[in-house]
Design a protein around this ligand. Structure first.
Ligand code: AMP
Ligand code: ZN
Length: 666
C-alpha cells in the first residue's frame, strides 16, 4: 500500500468506527485504539499536505476560526411548524387535510420535537460540504467548520443509494448530562452557569473558534431529507434511509395509522419525557405519504402537512418568600429566590435561580409575589411569571442589592456582563473562603477534610489569611478550633504536606485565576513550563497559545500584577509547592531570543505545532497576529493573502521553513 492508499484506508476505517461509536452505539475497538489510529492518520496527513481532505476524521478536532459567518440562501426554504396545544386542534387539522385531499383517512409519523437549534446539512458526492443555520428561513449562516466537530454528523457517507446532491435537516442539541457537566465546570471557574441546553446549543454554533465547539458535547439529530426529486414514498421510509446512510435518527419515531395512535404516542411521551437524556418540547406529527405532503403544500410560514404538538411545561404557583444573594469565590453575585416549598415534577422545590438584576427587573418581581415556577425538563426550576391578581396590596418592588450582602462594599457591574460582583476580593469573607475551598478541591490540591465552615473559622480566627498559609498550619491550630478531633487534625495536616507533590498544572488551576479552568491550566503549564515563565508573559504571548483568547490572557496578566497574589506565590514557593512542570519546556538555546514569530500556512517538513515548538525551544516568542513587533512571518502554503499584505505593509520579513531552519542553526 502506498501512502495515499494508506491514508484513504485509515480515513474510511475511522469514519466507520466513528459511526459505530457515536451513532450505532456498538463500538468494536477501544477508545485508545481509536486515538492511536487517529494519531497515525494525523501524522501521515501532516507529512503529506497534498493529500489534505476537508472531511477527514482528523478535521473533527476543530481549529478553524471563523470571524464572520457568511449568510447564504437556502436552496429549499426552512419553514417553521404550526403549533397545537390540544387534541381537538389535531382532529381539526386532520379534517381540513382530508377535505383538501379528498380522502377518508390519513396515516402519520410521530417524532419527538427536539429542543435545540435547527440545522441544514448539504452533501455532495457523499461528503458534507455545507451546514447552514435556519436564520430567517430564507437565508442562514454558514457554520460548516463548527458542525464538522460534532461526532454524530457524518463527514462522509458511502451507502449505494445516496443521491449525488441532497440536504438533510435536523436539530443540534446538547444532551442534559453534557449540559450539567459544562455548568459544573463553569461554576468551578467562577462563572455564571448557562441557562438552558437549547440556548447553549444554539450559541455553540456561532462560536468563532471551532476548537471550543469540539469541546462541547453536542449532538445532531436528523429528521428530514430534502431533494429535488422524490426518492421515497413515505416519511417513514425516508427516516429509515437516513438512518441507514449513517445519520443519527433517534429511535423513538413511530408510524401511526390514525389519530388514535397519534394520541397514544402523545400520552406516552407526556409522561416519559423526563426519562430522555435530552430535552424535547413536544411531538411533531407529519403526514406520512410524501405525495400527500406535496399536494398539501405550505402556508406563508409552515407546511400544511405537519403539526407540532407542544407539551405544557410543568408549572405550579407558589410564593416568593425571600431573596438572598450568594457571593461566589470570584465575587460574582447570584440572586436566589427562596420559595414556599412546593411539589413540582416529583421533587420539592424551595429555591430558584433568578440569574441577575435584569432578569428580576424583566419579571417586575415584588417580595411576597405569587409566582409561577416551571420545570420544563430543565434541571434548575425557573420563575416564569408573576400572578398579578394575587399581588399583596402593600408589597414592595424588589430593589436589587447595591452593596455586598457579606462585606457591605458597593457592588459593581461591567458593561458587557450580566452579573454584579463584589470588588472587595481581598477582604470579602465568602470570596476568601471560596478561594481556599477551590485551592484544596479534588481537581486542584486534593486536600481532604477541610469543609467550608472550618475554612471560615480558620480565616476568622486569623489562623490563615489565604490558601498559602495552609502550609504553616499545625495540628494545634486546628484542634484549638472547636469541633476538630485530634485524628482529623492530623489527617488534614498530613494531606496539606502531601499536596506539595501535586503537579504544577493543578496548582495553577488551584490558584483560582478567573477563566483558568482545568483545561486552560494544563495548556498554560505545558506551554510555559513554569510559573516564572508564565508571570513574564504579556497578553500577546499568552494569546499565541492554542485556545487562549484575549479574555483569559488579560485575566492571567491582571492576576500576576496584583501584589497580594505575588506574595501568595512567594509563600507557596517557600513551602515547596510545585511551580514548574515536571518536564520543563525551557529553551535549549537562545539563538532566537528577543525575536517574535508568526507562523501561518501549511508546511511540508514540519507541522505548524512542531515549528512553534522549535521556535520556542530556541528562545523565540510566538504571536497569533502580525504587528509592528513581529520579527519574522514564517509562511507556508495556502497562507491567507491578508496576512501577506499586512506583513509587507509593516515591513515584516517573510521567511520559509527552510530559512527558519537556517536561522536556528546559525
Ligand atoms: P418552531 O421553532 O416552534 O416553529 O418549530 C419548528 C422547529 O422544530 C423546526 O425548525 C425544527 O428545528 C424543530 N424540530 C425539532 N424536532 C423536529 C422534528 N422531529 N421534525 C421537524 N422539526 C423538528
Ligand atoms: Zn463582599
Amino acid at each position: 500500500m502506498n501512502t495515499a492508499e494508506k491514508i484513504l484506508a485509515l480515513r474510511t476505517e475511522l469514519h466507520e468506527h466513528n459511526r459505530r461509536y457515536y451513532i450505532d452505539d456498538t463500538p468494536v475497538i477501544s477508545d485508545r485504539e481509536f486515538d492511536e489510529k487517529l494519531a497515525e492518520l494525523q501524522a501521515l496527513e501532516d507529512a503529506n499536505p497534498a493529500l489534505f481532505d476537508a472531511n477527514s476524521p482528523t478535521q473533527r478536532v476543530g481549529g478553524a476560526v471563523t470571524k464572520n459567518f457568511n449568510t447564504i440562501t437556502h436552496e429549499h426554504r426552512m419553514y417553521s411548524l404550526d403549533n397545537s396545544y390540544n387534541r381537538q386542534d389535531l382532529l381539526d387539522w386532520e379534517q381540513r387535510m382530508c377535505k383538501n385531499l379528498g380522502v377518508e383517512s390519513l396515516d402519520y409519523t410521530c417524532e419527538l420535537k427536539y429542543d435545540g437549534a435547527s440545522i441544514s446539512l448539504t452533501y455532495e458526492g457523499g461528503k458534507l460540504v455545507q451546514a447552514l443555520t435556519r436564520g430567517d428561513g430564507f437565508q442562514g449562516d454558514e457554520v460548516t467548520q463548527n458542525i464538522k466537530t460534532i461526532h454524530s454528523v457524518p463527514l462522509q457517507i458511502s451507502a449505494s443509494d445516496v443521491p449525488q446532491h441532497f440536504a438533510i435537516r435536523g436539530e443540534i442539541i446538547l444532551p442534559l448530562a453534557g449540559f450539567e457537566q459544562m455548568n459544573k465546570q463553569r461554576l468551578a471557574q467562577g462563572e455564571e452557569p448557562y441557562m438552558n441546553p437549547r440556548n447553549t446549543a444554539s450559541g455553540s454554533l456561532k462560536l468563532q473558534d471551532s476548537k471550543l465547539v469540539a469541546a462541547r458535547p453536542l449532538d445532531c439529530f436528523l429528521y428530514q431529507i430534502v431533494t429535488d426529486r422524490t426518492l421515497f414514498q413515505t416519511q417513514l421510509a425516508s427516516l429509515q434511509a437516513a438512518k441507514r446512510w449513517g445519520f443519527y435518527v433517534p429511535k423513538h419515531f413511530v408510524h401511526a395509522h390514525n389519530m388514535q395512535e397519534v394520541f397514544a404516542f402523545l400520552d406516552h411521551w407526556e409522561l416519559e419525557r423526563s426519562s430522555l437524556p435530552y430535552e424535547i418540547d413536544g411531538v411533531v406529527v407529519k403526514v406520512n405519504q410524501l405525495a400527500y405532503q406535496e399536494q398539501l403544500g405550505y402556508t406563508a410560514k409552515s407546511p400544511r402537512w405537519a403539526m407540532a404538538y407542544k407539551f405544557k411545561a410543568e408549572a405550579v404557583e407558589t410564593q416568593l418568600e425571600d431573596l438572598v444573594y450568594q457571593v461566589g469565590r470570584t465575587g460574582a453575585i447570584t440572586p436566589v429566590a427562596q420559595l414556599k416549598p412546593v411539589l413540582l415534577g416529583g421533587t420539592i422545590v424551595k429555591r430558584a435561580s433568578l440569574h441577575n438584576a435584569d432578569f428580576i427587573a424583566e419579571l417586575g418581581l415584588h417580595l411576597n409575589d405569587t409566582v409561577s415556577v416551571e420545570k420544563g425538563g430543565e434541571i434548575i426550576p425557573k420563575i416564569t411569571s408573576v400572578n398579578h391578581s394575587k399581588r399583596l396590596p402593600n408589597s414592595q418592588a424588589i430593589q436589587y442589592a447595591t452593596n455586598c450582602p457579606s462585606c457591605g462594599t458597593p457592588l459593581k457591574r461591567n458593561p458587557e456582563e450580566a452579573q454584579h460582583y463584589c470588588p472587595n476580593a481581598a477582604g470579602c469573607l465568602p470570596q476568601r473562603v471560596g478561594r481556599v475551598a477551590h485551592f484544596i478541591s479534588r481537581k486542584a490540591m486534593d486536600i481532604d477534610g477541610l469543609g467550608a465552615e472550618t475554612i471560615q473559622l480558620l480565616i476568622i480566627n486569623n489562623r490563615i489569611n489565604s490558601y498559602a498559609d495552609l502550609y504553616a498550619l499545625t495540628e494545634a491550630d486546628l484542634i484549638s478550633l472547636e469541633r476538630l478531633a485530634e485524628k482529623s487534625a492530623q489527617n488534614i495536616v498530613q494531606a496539606i504536606a502531601a499536596s506539595v507533590s501535586i503537579p504544577f498544572h493543578r496548582v495553577l488551576f488551584g490558584l483560582g485565576i478567573r477563566y483558568v479552568g482545568q483545561t486552560v491550566a494544563k495548556k498554560l503549564a505545558q506551554h510555559f513550563g513554569s510559573i516564572d515563565a508564565l508571570m513574564q508573559a504579556d497578553v500577546e504571548a499568552l494569546e499565541a497559545v492554542d485556545e487562549i483568547g484575549t479574555r483569559i490572557a488579560q485575566s492571567v496578566v491582571a492576576f500576576f500584577q496584583d501584589v497580594d497574589n505575588l506574595f501568595v506565590i512567594s509563600q507557596l514557593r517557600a513551602s515547596g509547592v510545585q511551580l514548574e512542570a515536571a518536564v520543563s519546556s525551557q529553551p535549549t538555546s537562545t539563538t532566537l531570543a528577543d525575536m517574535r514569530f508568526v507562523v501561518s500556512g501549511v508546511f511540508s517538513q514540519y507541522s505548524r505545532d512542531e515549528l512553534k515548538a522549535a521556535i520556542e525551544q530556541h528562545g523565540g516568542k510566538i504571536s497569533s497576529s502580525i504587528s509592528k513587533n513581529t520579527t519574522y512571518l514564517v509562511a507556508g502554503d495556502k497562507m491567507g493573502p491578508a496576512k501577506k499584505t499586512k506583513a509587507e505593509s509593516l515591513g515584516v520579513r517573510i521567511i520559509s521553513e527552510q530559512e527558519l531552519d537556517a536561522l536556528i542553526s546559525s
